[in-house]
Design a protein around this ligand. Structure first.
Ligand code: NOJ
Length: 696
């Protein structure tokens, strides 16, 4: 008996010493907690298959979910692992953004690296690194350099997000369409298509989860599909592993599985060890303010690689643009309707100088637009102007008035042609004082072959941003791959499109963006990065199309606060801003902030956002509503208690209505302090924009 218990003790000791990582019932389980202890990630191996799960405050949000890969053809790299070892690390640092919704960003996490090895066969190694933050979790796969894994192909990434309940989810279906689609809310189980990330999930306790990826470099973008939904299943679902940690134990349909954008070959990623995937992350936020202020994505990107960032400047601009979209002007070639002419540019530069704008965008200034719109991208020349666009004269004229030309490089998706001219395009920009360039990739495929969000596309976009940094040029990328936080590393990447922007209100066959669209974007697409949405349309007459802006003017003003971007356009033709007192708000609203607070909101219904100017003590507020008129209260308790403010309020005027009477804006001033609660009425698809300046 004595002998037996000794034996038991020694078995136990063996279990705990040798198998500290490998519990005696055959499961290997590791846990990692966030610094505040509220979020817990569990990593485990069950039946040789790795999985992870996520808890918040003890409640399971993500149930055991698959990890791993299918390499090459039918080479499982998912299902035969043991844990070789683990490493722990942690960090608590605060870094400053060059520009942003706030200045200081705290990067505070605990890290756990799991080193896996295949039990049999080639005994290949795969590491998985988890980071737990107080507001979310990130993980990435690392393929170390090794004898038995050198060059390889990823046929499928098996990562799953097996949600604990069939929550409501905001998503868009857009893998092949540059993300220019609307977001819809449905149950996870109703997702029968492939959706891109970010997706925003409304949790049962009033909190939110955001699933997206960070640092998407030399890899394919992650889309998601529901492997349980009828008709879905682009890739095989890992088998149920039974006994407690069942991948399919969530209610039917609550699982989302990674679906990487493929190359035209069908392969998702071509890789060579050492190799790391982007980070997959899940933000877990108690409310909309915490969701909007999560910096998990930025923290998972590498620190800034640009030493001197003094040339990177948040920019407000006007441009030769909306008139082209409405059909009054053309991109090219030179004709009576050509928009980007020396004469027009001078007019726009005068206007910009008079009204405090930093730049003027010129579209259709360069050789290659001869087919009218973008058909043959390979014809574009990025250092050759049309004769009626005299860049030397224009840039000198602008320089004398402190206004820069904003360049436009529409590539038509012909990335090879663009890459061949990249140096000359940026040298041209340097020569003429062009500080930022809007790039464009309107063709549905890059080089007639590959998708924008494929590894092919990602490599190209990265090359452009890195080369631009070398030439000190800021980038505004239209038709991008979904942003994933590159701006931390390369803050010259100012804004991206990747959204159904306001241009749809110029020509979309469906009439334009619905009123709720901009109440959804701050909590979905905008969480992936700044959006060049191009608000600021003041004239709703559209001679050519049956589309128009579906807002009031006051809502147009509020969008400058609600939608975040450090590069912001006043989109309308400048003549439409004449004699419009409400234009003042667009002139005074900053484009760089020290702090952001979501004061109230409901995704799809309304949003009230407050932001503090980076360069003063003034605050700005934007409030917008969907198609329903709404009475809102703005509680100013966030203001400095020792200060008094003058609130300049631009709100919907009497009888404003987005369909019948979008124009009235009432402008008033009143004194407020931290005790004030302001009642405001927002018209249908209306809004209010407020400046709070310190009362001296
Ligand atoms: C689509 C872009 O979103 C738009 O802003 C631009 O004017 C056209 N492409 C032409 O490049």
């Amino acid at each position: 008996m004595k002998h037996k218990s000794k034996k038991l003790v020694s078995i136990f000791a063996l279990c705990s010493l040798l198998f500290a990582l490998y519990s005696c019932n055959g499961q290997q389980v590791q846990t990692l907690k966030s610094p505040d202890g509220n979020i817990e990630v569990t990593f485990g191996i069950k039946d040789s298959k790795p999985y992870y799960s996520v808890l918040k405050n003890g409640a399971e949000i993500i149930k055991p979910s698959a990890l791993g890969f299918l390499l090459n053809e039918n080479d499982n790299f998912c299902c035969d692992f043991i844990i070789l070892g683990t490493e722990n690390d942690s960090k608590d640092e605060t870094w400053q953004q060059v520009w942003g919704e706030e200045i200081d960003v705290r990067n505070h996490y605990n890290e756990l690296t799991i080193k896996l090895q295949e039990k049999g066969g080639k005994k290949r190694i795969l590491n998985i690194v988890f980071r737990a933050f107080d507001d979310g979790v990130g993980f990435r796969y690392v393929f170390p350099e090794q004898e038995n894994l050198k060059e390889f192909e990823i046929a499928d990434e098996l990562t799953e997000f097996n949600l604990a309940q069939d929550f409501d989810i905001w998503s868009q279906q857009s893998r092949d369409k540059d993300y220019e689609t609307l977001f819809h809310k449905r149950k996870i189980s109703e997702i029968s298509d492939t959706v891109n990330t970010p997706v925003t999930i409304e949790l049962a306790d009033g909190g939110y989860a955001l699933i997206h990826e960070a640092a998407l470099i030399d890899y394919a973008a992650m889309n998601l599909y529901n492997p349980n939904a009828a008709g879905a299943g682009l890739q095989p679902v890992p088998e149920s592993n039974g006994q407690g940690t069942d991948y399919k134990s969530a209610p039917a349909g609550a699982t989302l599985k990674a679906d990487l954008t493929p190359w035209s070959t069908g392969i998702k990623v071509y890789a060579k060890t050492p190799f790391s995937t982007p980070w997959r992350f899940v933000v877990l936020a108690d409310n909309l303010n915490a969701l909007a202020n999560s910096r998990v994505m930025l923290n998972l990107n590498e620190p800034c690689k640009i030493e001197d960032t003094s040339w990177i400047k948040p920019t407000k601009y006007v441009g030769i643009w909306w008139g082209i979209h409405l059909g009054y002007q053309t991109w090219g070639p030179p004709s009576a309707k050509h928009g980007a002419t020396t004469e027009n540019m001078k007019k726009y530069i005068d206007f910009a100088a008079e009204n405090g704008f930093d730049g003027v965008l010129a579209e259709g200034w360069n050789a290659g637009w001869d087919s009218g719109y973008v058909v043959h991208g390979e014809r574009y020349k990025f250092a050759e102007t049309y004769p009626d666009f005299e860049i030397e004269k224009i840039s000198k004229y602008g320089a004398a008035k402190g206004v820069k030309v904003i360049g436009h490089n529409e590539t038509g998706g012909a990335t090879i042609n663009y890459e061949n001219q990249l140096d000359s395009a940026f040298k041209f920009a340097n020569k003429y004082g062009i500080a930022s360039i809007k790039t464009g990739y309107v063709h549905p495929l890059l080089d007639y072959k590959e998708r924008h969000s494929s590894q092919y596309g990602i490599r190209h976009y990265r090359k452009v941003v890195e080369t631009a940094a070398k030439y000190r040029v800021m980038i505004d990328c239209h038709e991008p791959a979904m942003p994933t936080g590159w701006q931390r590393t390369y803050p010259n990447l100012m804004a991206q499109e990747g959204v159904r922007g306001q241009e749809y209100d110029a020509w979309s066959d469906d009439g334009g963006n619905p009123p709720e669209h901009t109440t959804i974007l701050p909590f979905t697409r905008n969480l992936a990065g700044p959006i060049d949405f191009t608000p600021g349309t003041f004239n709703f007459n559209n001679p050519a199309h049956n589309a128009r802006v579906h807002t009031t003017i006051a809502k147009q003003l509020a969008l400058y606060v609600v939608i975040y971007s450090p590069l912001v356009m006043a989109s309308d033709m400048i003549e439409n801003y004449k004699n419009r007192p409400e234009f003042e708000f667009i002139k005074i609203v900053p484009v760089d902030w020290q702090k952001t607070i979501i004061l109230d909101g409901k995704i799809g219904d309304f949003v009230i956002t407050a932001r503090k100017d980076k360069n003063s003590e003034n605050w700005y507020i934007g409030a917008i509503t969907d198609e329903n008129a709404r009475d809102i209260k703005i509680d100013f308790s966030f203001l400095d208690k020792d200060k008094k403010y003058v609130a300049k309020i631009f709100k919907d005027g009497a009888k404003a209505d987005y369909k019948t009477n979008p124009y009235p804006v009432e402008i008033s001033e009143q004194e407020v302090d931290y005790q004030t609660v302001l009642d405001l009425h927002l018209a249908t698809s209306g809004g209010a924009a407020i400046q709070l300046r310190i009362k001296n």
